[in-house]
Design a protein around this ligand. Structure first.
Ligand SMILES: [Zn+2]
Length: 325
């Protein structure tokens, strides 16, 4: 992984690469942002660029140092993740010991803390003392979903790097370039917050099936209703899809959005592009206000799932509402 290979996050790259070029890296960085926005990849890219024998502001990816980082066996790079529910003071002490006694080959030691917001108060205070030691060449990278959850004293000693969710269009393009199936890329990019989350969803063996079943239900409910109830029973309730009913609603809400677009004769931003034939004629059979109302009902019913409502009943209620209009 190099900076160049990470999609998006231009502001973060600019800050880090300027620091590398001017040899003015901060002692500590907070990489704050949602899961799937490339925070871990960026941490590795920074480590590689620091150690790389060839590149100045990015890694060559080929030299011995780059490969050591890639393979997770660079002696001066340390990773710390929560043990159980938290990062404990013993883990920070361990790190400090490691840093105090071992000579570095490269001149710079780097440590990466995953889920940094999960440090116990003791661990955070211990880390703070570490950050205050000005003598050594150490770069700390604190990865977190919420940098504001860190001690204010840690925040004030660190440079904040904000990671933003990628724009949908960019996400779709990147996933397509990776060769993932187009029929799944659109829906996955719309129901997740980041690239990795979308990749995981596409890779989950139930996701493609859920998309197929959702489309079948939408079609059946509006044309031959009794069949749709059987479909719910046989293809959702009795299968592993039963564990992912909220995603069914995510997909259905996207489908209603497509129907609204089609009813308004807008075809450029559709998620279910490969289903245009039957969807466009069905879209015209109802007024746009009806599609909007169905979408709102789907949003409401999806909320009930969060309060442990019986998911089969919630799906059936949705289908009855759809059929009634
Ligand atoms: Zn290199």
């Amino acid at each position: 992984m190099s900076f160049q290979a990470i999609p998006g996050q231009a502001a973060a790259k600019r800050l880090l690469q300027n620091g590398l070029r001017q040899d003015r890296l901060s002692h500590a960085y907070i990489f704050s942002g949602p899961v799937g926005t490339g925070r871990s990849e960026m941490a590795l890219a920074l480590a590689k660029a620091i150690y790389c024998q060839n590149g100045i502001d990015d890694a060559c990816g080929e030299c011995l140092e780059c490969r050591k980082v890639e393979h997770g066996n660079h002696p001066d790079l340390h990773m710390v993740s929560p043990e159980g529910a938290s990062i404990k003071i013993e883990q920070i002490r361990e790190l400090q010991k490691e840093f105090a006694y071992r000579a570095t080959a490269s001149g710079t030691k780097i440590y990466v803390l995953y889920h940094a917001e999960k440090m116990t108060v003791q661990a955070a205070n211990s880390l703070l003392k570490f950050l205050e030691e000005p003598n050594s060449r150490v770069v700390a990278i604190l990865i977190t979903e919420n940098g504001n959850a860190l001690l204010p004293t840690i925040q004030s000693r660190s440079q904040w790097i904000q990671f933003t969710p990628m724009a949908r269009e960019q996400m779709v393009l990147t996933l397509l370039e990776e060769g993932l199936p187009a029929a799944l890329v659109g829906p996955a990019a719309h129901v997740t917050a980041g690239l990795q989350a979308a990749r995981d969803l596409i890779g989950a063996n139930w996701f493609a099936e859920m998309r197929t079943v959702m489309l079948q239900l939408a079609k059946e409910t509006l044309t031959r209703f009794p069949t749709s109830m059987i479909t719910v029973q046989q293809r959702i309730v009795k299968t592993e899809l039963a564990d992912h009913v909220s995603t069914l609603f995510d997909l259905l809400i996207l489908w209603f959005k497509d129907m609204v677009q089609l009813r308004l004769e807008r075809r450029d931003k559709l998620v279910y592009n490969d289903q245009l034939d039957w969807m466009s004629s069905l879209a015209l059979s109802r007024d746009v206000s009806i599609w909007v109302r169905m979408m709102e009902q789907a949003v409401d019913l999806q909320k009930r799932l969060r309060f442990n409502a019986n998911s089969q009943l919630v799906i059936e209620k949705m289908l009855v509402e759809m059929q009634g209009v």
